[in-house]
Design a protein around this ligand. Structure first.
Ligand SMILES: *[C@@H]1O[C@H](CO)[C@@H](O)[C@H](O)[C@H]1NC(C)=O
Ligand SMILES: *[C@@H]1O[C@H](CO)[C@@H](O)[C@H](O)[C@H]1NC(C)=O
Ligand SMILES: *[C@@H]1O[C@H](CO)[C@@H](O)[C@H](O)[C@H]1NC(C)=O
Ligand SMILES: *[C@@H]1O[C@H](CO)[C@@H](O)[C@H](O)[C@H]1NC(C)=O
Ligand SMILES: *[C@@H]1O[C@H](CO)[C@@H](O)[C@H](O)[C@H]1NC(C)=O
Ligand SMILES: *[C@@H]1O[C@H](CO)[C@@H](O)[C@H](O)[C@H]1NC(C)=O
Length: 275
């Protein structure tokens, strides 16, 4: 019992950060103005995102060259307790551990095999990759992760691939159309039942959100569309699909035969850790 308690204390949220990407915009020095600006902004964003109906906050603090820009986004199925705030605060701590003294970093915090929602944080200095335009067209905050197992069942590969693209397209459209949180979840009965989630930072327009998500959908290629789960993140939007329900509630159930096929995906690179 004591050992179990100790283990729980030693690994609070920490075991499941999906990715920390360290920026290449330089380093700050210990105890500098930049560091204290970052600390202030991290605390403010954690509490502002948590209390915002959109579960999102973004802002800047300080003057150049010590100005810090940052954002925090909690997944759309967070409740009203302090879990969003804790996730954001923990993610900023993760960034500091994984990228010590870096002026910029992005953290994608997601749990692997539970419904528990995660969050996204990003910060930067004068090379402001947090600005909305950045994440929609650039790869500097791109991260992908794929299940190594494949979808199995009666369908041919091309059918499964088309189903996955259609599932992600419908989810992307629903997320873009959601004016409250730019967040949507879908379930589809393909050769296996598949669950998908899409989310943008809610400060994006519907059009920018859809473009951001469909760009990620286009990165799902013939090989990865057969995988039993996958995630693609940029700072401004993300998609995920799994063969299990990893979120609170599907907002829509779709039938693969009832929707028009999506355009085929293009093949793209695995990941990029330069910010
Ligand atoms: C920042 O610090 C990292 C790790 O200490 C180091 O690898 C990197 O070269 C530094 N970057 C600059 C621009 O000094
Ligand atoms: C930064 O401040 C801490 C706490 O005041 C101190 O322990 C540490 O030595 C300082 N580091 C530098 C590089 O000044
Ligand atoms: C946080 O919320 C407060 C109170 O609504 C607001 O004044 C402040 O500008 C917000 N700051 C950021 C960085 O979101
Ligand atoms: C999944 O399919 C790919 C070919 O598309 C194959 O290379 C890989 O070994 C398969 N993975 C497993 C775990 O069977
Ligand atoms: C992002 O990566 C993809 C795949 O490698 C590439 O096709 C695209 O041109 C890249 N975009 C930018 C802005 O570099
Ligand atoms: C598909 O995408 C993955 C992940 O980006 C990449 O590793 C792989 O090379 C791509 N495969 C093809 C056939 O393009």
């Amino acid at each position: 019992m004591v050992v179990l308690l100790l283990l729980l204390l030693l690994m609070p949220l920490s075991a499941t950060a999906t990715a920390e990407l360290c920026g290449n915009g330089g380093n700050y020095t210990a105890n500098s103005t930049y560091q204290s600006n970052l600390a202030v902004l991290a605390t403010t964003l954690a509490s502002n995102a948590s209390s915002s109906p959109q579960l999102f906050a973004a802002g800047s603090t300080g003057q150049s060259p010590d100005a810090v820009h940052a954002l925090a986004l909690c997944r759309g199925d967070f409740g009203t307790d302090t879990a969003c705030r804790d996730c954001v605060a923990t993610s900023f701590q993760h960034a500091q551990q994984a990228c010590p003294n870096r002026k910029g970093a992005a953290v994608y915090y997601e749990y692997d095999d539970t419904q528990r929602p995660g969050c996204v944080v990003g910060f930067s200095g004068d090379n402001d990759f947090v600005s909305p335009a950045n994440g929609i067209t650039e790869n500097s905050t791109l991260f992908q992760s794929w299940n190594s197992n494949n979808i199995s069942g009666d369908g041919t590969a091309s059918v499964v691939s088309a189903d996955v693209h259609n599932l992600l397209t419908v989810t992307a459209q629903d997320a873009a159309a959601d004016t409250a949180r730019r967040y949507a979840t879908t379930v589809m009965d393909s050769v296996q039942t598949l669950y998908s989630l899409a989310q943008c930072t809610p400060d994006l327009s519907a059009g920018d959100c859809l473009a951001c998500l469909q760009r990620l959908n286009g990165m799902v290629n013939a090989t990865t569309s057969m995988r039993l789960g996958g995630r693609i993140f940029v700072l401004r939007c993300n998609i995920r699909f799994e063969a299990f329900m990893f979120f609170d509630q599907p907002t829509r159930r779709i039938n693969p035969s009832s929707i028009a096929p999506a355009p085929p995906g293009k093949s793209m690179i695995t990941s990029c850790d330069e910010i």
